[in-house]
Design a protein around this ligand. Structure first.
Ligand code: NAD
Ligand code: G6P
Ligand code: MN
Length: 443
C-alpha cells in the first residue's frame, strides 16, 4: 500500500501537535512515510517541531520527519500540503479585533472588518504556498484551512484558477458533532446533511440518519431551547472556553430568525453585531484568551516534552475532530467518494446564486477533487444576506489584486457589521496604518 508524504505549512501553529497526533492515530486508514513541517518563522516552529520529532519517533519510528523554513526542501516530494498559516500571528489578530471595537464595530477574527483585515494579509501568504507546491510537487493537493477561508478561497479561485487547492472549515463538523450528541447519536457520521452558504455563513436544510429518517425535528427542538450547547461538554473540543459556550447557546436566537433551517454559529456576528460589541472587552479579546490559553498550553507542553526527552505524561491531545482532514486526503487518494462540506465555486450548486461565488456545500470527493451537490433554490432572506456578504469578499480580493483603496472602502461599507461609509473610511485608515508591511500599497 502506498505511503504518503505530507508537509504541514504553518508548522509552528498551535494546532500542529494535535494534527500530528491525529495523523499518527489514523495511520491504518492513511499510511504516511514522511511528515515535514514548513513555516517562515524558524524560532516558533522549532518549539513544536522538536517535540513532534520525539512524539513521532516514539510512536511511528519509520516515519521520516523534517522541519524547515526552506520552501524547496519542504515542498519537494509531497502528496499533500496541509496548510494552516496565520500571516501576522496573534499580534495582528489582536489588532484586527481591537481596532474595530474602538469605533464601536464588531472585532472578530474572520467576520466583519477584522476578517477583511486578516484576508488582506492572508491572500499573499496562501498564494505563495500554492506557487511552491506547483513548482516542487505539481501533482500534490493542498488542503487549506488558513483563515479567513472565504476570502482566501475567492482569491485562489480568481488568481490561481487551476490550482489543486481545497478550502475547508471545521465549524460545520464541530456543530454537527454537537447535533449528533444532542440527539443521542454516537457521531456526526451517522447523519447525512444538506447545507448551503458561504464559509462561516451558512444553514442546514435537511439532516437524516443513514436510513433516511428525518432528524431535523429532534435537532430543532434542542436548538430552539439550548442552541448548540450540550449538557455534558465534549472533552476533546478546542471550543470549551466561556466565549465559545456563549456562541453555542446564542445559536438559539439565530435559529429563531429562520426556524426552517439550522444556522452556523458565525451568523451571530451578522445578525447580532451590536450585542457582540457590547459583550466584548476592548482590552482583552479572543486573541488574548488564545495567547493566554491555547498558545501557552501547547508551547509549554512541547517544551516539556523536549526537556524530558519523551512525550510520556504529556497532556497534548489528539485533535480528533480534525480527522475530517484525513477523510478528505483519503477521498482524493483512494477515490472514496466521501460526502463532505467544502468551500467550492458555486457553478449552479445554489441555483439562484452567483455562479462564481465560493460557497460551502456538500460535495462528493474523489480522485479529481470535489464535485458539488446541487442544493437547489434558496429563500430570499438567506439569498439577500449571502449576496451582500459575497460582494464584500469579492471586493476585498479585487482590492488586494488591484491595490484599490476605493474597493476596500466599498467592501467595509458593504459589510453588514459596519454602520456607514464614514465609519468604514475611518476604520480603513486605521487598518492600513496597522497593517503596514502586510497589505499591498493601496491607492
Ligand atoms: P498560529 O499563529 O499558532 O500558527 C500559524 C503559523 O503560521 C505560525 O507558526 C506562523 O509563523 C506561520 N506563518 C505565518 N505566515 C506564514 C507564511 N507566509 N508562510 C509560512 N508560515 C507562515 O495560528 P493558529 O491559531 O494555530 O491558527 C493557524 C491557522 O489555522 C489560522 O489561519 C486559523 O485561522 C486557521 N484555522 C482554521 C480553521 C478552519 O476552520 N478553517 C480551524 C482552526 C484554525
Ligand atoms: C472555528 C472556526 C475556525 C476558527 C476557529 C477559531 O474552529 O471554524 O475557522 O479559526 O474556530 O478558534 P479560536 O479558538 O482560535 O478562536
Ligand atoms: Mn472555519
Amino acid at each position: 500500500m502506498k505511503k504518503f508524504s505530507i508537509v504541514i505549512a504553518g508548522g509552528g501553529s498551535t494546532f500542529t501537535p494535535g494534527i500530528v497526533l491525529m495523523l499518527l492515530d489514523n495511520l491504518e486508514r492513511f499510511p504516511i512515510r514522511q511528515i515535514k513541517f514548513y513555516d517562515n518563522l524558524d524560532e516558533r516552529q522549532k518549539h513544536i517541531a522538536d517535540a513532534c520529532r520525539i512524539i513521532i519517533k516514539e510512536s511511528a519510528p519509520d516515519i521520516h520527519f523534517l522541519s524547515t523554513t526552506d520552501p524547496k526542501e519542504a515542498f519537494t516530494d509531497v502528496d499533500f500540503v496541509m496548510a494552516h498559516i496565520r500571516v501576522g500571528l496573534y499580534a495582528m489578530r489582536e489588532k484586527d479585533e481591537k481596532i474595530p471595537l474602538n469605533y464601536g464595530v464588531l472585532g472578530q477574527e474572520t467576520c466583519g472588518p477584522g476578517g477583511i483585515s486578516y484576508g488582506m494579509r492572508s491572500i499573499g501568504g496562501v498564494l505563495e504556498l500554492i506557487d511552491y507546491m506547483e513548482q516542487y510537487s505539481p501533482n500534490a493537493w493542498m488542503l487549506n484551512y488558513s483563515n479567513p477561508a472565504a476570502i482566501v478561497a475567492e482569491a485562489t479561485r480568481k488568481l490561481r484558477p487551476n490550482s489543486k487547492i481545497i478550502n475547508i472549515c471545521d465549524m460545520p463538523v464541530g456543530i454537527e458533532e454537537r447535533m449528533a450528541k444532542a440527539i443521542g447519536l454516537s457521531s456526526r457520521k451517522e447523519m447525512v446533511v444538506r447545507y448551503y452558504g458561504l464559509n462561516h455563513f451558512g444553514w442546514w436544510t435537511d439532516i437524516r440518519d443513514l436510513e433516511g429518517n428525518d432528524l431535523m425535528p429532534q435537532i430543532k427542538a434542542h436548538v430552539g431551547k439550548h442552541g448548540y450547547s450540550l449538557k455534558e461538554e465534549m472533552e476533546e473540543s478546542q471550543h470549551t472556553d466561556a466565549s465559545w459556550m456563549d456562541t453555542f447557546s446564542k445559536a438559539k436566537d439565530l435559529y429563531a430568525v429562520d426556524p426552517d433551517t439550522l444556522p452556523n454559529t458565525y451568523l451571530k456576528y451578522y445578525l447580532y453585531p451590536q450585542e457582540a460589541v457590547e459583550h466584548a472587552n476592548p482590552e482583552y479579546t479572543r486573541a488574548n484568551e488564545v495567547m493566554d490559553g491555547r498558545e501557552k498550553h501547547v508551547f509549554g507542553e512541547c517544551d516539556k516534552i523536549v526537556a524530558n526527552g519523551t512525550a510520556k505524561g504529556s497532556s497534548l491531545e489528539i485533535d480528533e475532530h480534525a480527522s475530517y482532514i484525513v477523510d478528505l486526503a483519503r477521498a482524493i487518494a483512494y477515490n472514496t467518494h466521501e460526502r463532505m462540506l467544502l468551500i467550492v465555486e458555486n457553478k449552479g450548486a445554489i441555483v439562484n446564486f452567483d455562479e462564481t461565488a465560493m460557497v460551502e456545500v456538500p460535495c462528493i470527493v474523489g480522485v479529481n477533487g470535489p464535485e458539488p451537490l446541487v442544493q437547489g433554490t434558496i429563500p430570499r432572506f438567506q439569498k439577500g444576506m449571502m449576496e451582500q456578504q459575497v460582494a464584500v469578499e469579492k471586493l476585498v480580493v479585487e482590492a488586494w489584486a488591484e491595490g484599490s483603496y476605493q474597493k476596500l472602502w466599498q467592501a467595509l461599507t458593504l459589510s453588514k457589521t459596519v454602520p456607514n461609509a464614514g465609519v468604514a473610511k475611518e476604520l480603513l485608515d486605521a487598518l492600513i496604518e496597522a497593517n503596514k508591511g502586510f497589505w499591498p500599497e493601496l491607492s
